[in-house]
Design a protein around this ligand. Structure first.
Ligand code: FAD
Length: 467
């Protein structure tokens, strides 16, 4: 019998890689692969078992895979793309007895999410990332000056300590790590609460007959404005069916509501459910700063999700890359302070963060607007303009289209006026985010200007303050 087995209290094992990444999801795998490719020693800690890792609740719609970071090559992921023939959204509006077909710009695929999850793990492993499964991180260690120095974890009942120059928090929505870090020495965004999240649930459903809409992402509002159902075809007989609601709303019975909708759709008669999963996802603006000395949060852990569509895979991949490159700079210079890592914040805002913050304004509007009015308005809007609004964070309508839309939408003019006023506010916000500060000392002044704009958003929309 070994000495370890004889002792009553388990001894803590300590490991000291250059970087510790918590979470083997998209953000974690892309971050770790980028760091390993630069020749540094990096470990991913994942609470799930090796078999279960990569099994993550998702709608399975992957947008923007054409321009994913190269740390894990796209060719590695492609076998998980089960449907690449999807090119538009199909918005069912029962209140108006209307179906809107709206083109979706850019490359789009519906994927087998678990297979994709395994493939990004394989991709990271193949460039030298070390994976420690069954490892639940439950604390963060900090030096006297506040710098994060590592994490504490439990692996199969045994305590583990990891010391590292940089910790990357890729632990997803509502990351527990942030509850344990004292952020008083940095500008890390702690203005986060449950109302900024959406609770979502999905089933993988098999049908006997091919569905007619296998080239579309199908969306349908739930009975309340802040919720929607989706049907995303992985193939023409395998459908990801799910729904979600904003946590500010009265909780929905997700499983029952989905079941009811499935029962009312003839194409799902006799369907079989293969897999069920639910989770929370952030539907908010990105964190103002996701950087603290020795520590960065990425992906869902930093609100990097398009708040109007719930799409977070692409943002997570890029955030992972940008955080990793900031970490590499820190390792090279021996300085992992807030100023050195700050470039990560700037790159996120520049690439997608500013756009997501502007889109959040429409989310805020949707909490204040009457659902029937909103659906009536959607039914009247030209589809390609809605698509623009949904993905670019801004849209402009020429005089002819404006006149047509106005004619079609008579009865909803109050909402339209409200919508256009809101768009102005969103444009102002986008402009301010495009001037995101270059160093932490300037953040407070920038936040004051942003908060003034947010006041105007609440005034225009009549919504309760979200932040
Ligand atoms: C129901 C649903 C549907 C969605 N649909 C889509 C969609 O169709 N398209 C899209 O682009 N996005 C979608 N999203 C959002 C998308 O799934 C996320 O934005 C994306 O997965 C974020 O990746 P991530 O790496 O940040 O976090 P995650 O993928 O959540 O990975 C976090 C990892 O950290 C691990 N972990 C957590 N805590 C600990 C801990 N304490 N110790 C160790 N490990 C830990 C978890 O087990 C997990 O493996 C959806 C989300 C939900 C919930």
């Amino acid at each position: 019998m070994s000495t370890q087995e004889q002792s009553a209290a388990p001894t803590t094992q300590t490991q000291s890689p250059d970087v510790v990444v918590v979470g083997a999801g998209t953000a974690g795998c892309y971050a770790a692969a980028t760091i390993a490719r630069a020749g540094y020693d990096v470990v991913i800690l994942e609470r799930k078992t090796e078999d279960e890792a990569g099994h993550i609740a998702c709608g399975d719609a992957l947008k923007g895979a054409d321009a994913f970071p190269e740390a894990i090559p796209k060719s590695k992921l492609e076998p998980a793309f089960t449907n690449t023939g999807v090119d538009h959204g199909r918005f069912e509006i029962p209140q108006e007895d209307t179906v809107l077909e709206i083109p979706i710009p850019g490359e789009l695929a519906v994927i087998d999410r678990w297979e994709y999850g395994r493939r990004i793990i394989e991709g990271a492993e193949s460039v030298g990332v070390d994976f420690h499964y069954d490892t639940v991180v439950n604390d963060v260690t900090q030096a006297d000056d506040g710098r994060v120095t590592g994490v504490e974890a439990i692996r199969k009942g045994e305590p583990r300590t990891y010391e590292a120059a940089v910790v990357i928090d890729a632990a997803g929505s509502l990351s527990v790590l942030q509850d344990h870090v004292d952020f008083s020495e940095s500008t890390f965004d702690t203005n986060v609460n449950y109302s900024h999240f959406c609770s979502a649930y999905r089933e993988i459903v098999h049908v006997d007959e091919p569905v007619e809409w296998d080239d579309a992402l199908v969306f349908k509002p739930t009975e309340r404005a802040a919720g929607y159902l989706w049907y995303f075809p992985r193939t023409d007989t395998e459908i990801n069916a799910g729904l979600g609601f904003q946590m500010t709303e009265e909780p929905m019975k997700l499983v029952d509501d989905l079941k009811r909708d499935l029962e009312n759709r003839p194409e799902f008669a006799g369907a079989e459910v293969e897999d069920k999963l639910g989770a929370a996802l952030p539907t908010r603006r990105p964190y103002d700063s996701a950087v603290h000395p020795g520590y960065m949060a990425v992906g869902d852990a930093a609100g990097h999700v398009n708040p109007t569509t719930g799409g977070g895979i692409a943002g997570a991949a890029y955030a992972g890359k940008y955080a990793a490159e900031a970490a590499i700079k820190g390792l090279e210079t021996g300085d992992v302070g807030e100023k050195t890592l700050w470039e990560y914040n700037e790159r996120v805002m520049d690439h997608f963060g500013a756009r997501y913050a502007a889109l959040d304004v429409y989310n805020i509007l949707s909490t204040a607007i009457d659902v029937d009015d909103l659906m009536g308005l959607l039914a009247a809007m030209p589809g390609e303009k809605l698509a623009e609004a949904l993905y670019s964070g801004s849209t402009s309508i020429g005089p002819k289209l404006a006149a047509e839309s106005l004619y079609n939408s008579r009865g909803h003019w109050g909402t339209i006026w409200n919508f256009f006023q809101t768009k102005r506010r969103a444009d102002d916000l986008l402009e301010l985010y495009e001037a995101y500060p270059h160093h932490p000392a300037a953040l407070e002044h920038w936040q004051e200007r942003r908060d003034d704009l947010m006041e105007q958003v609440y005034e225009t929309t009549g919504a309760d303050p979200k932040y």
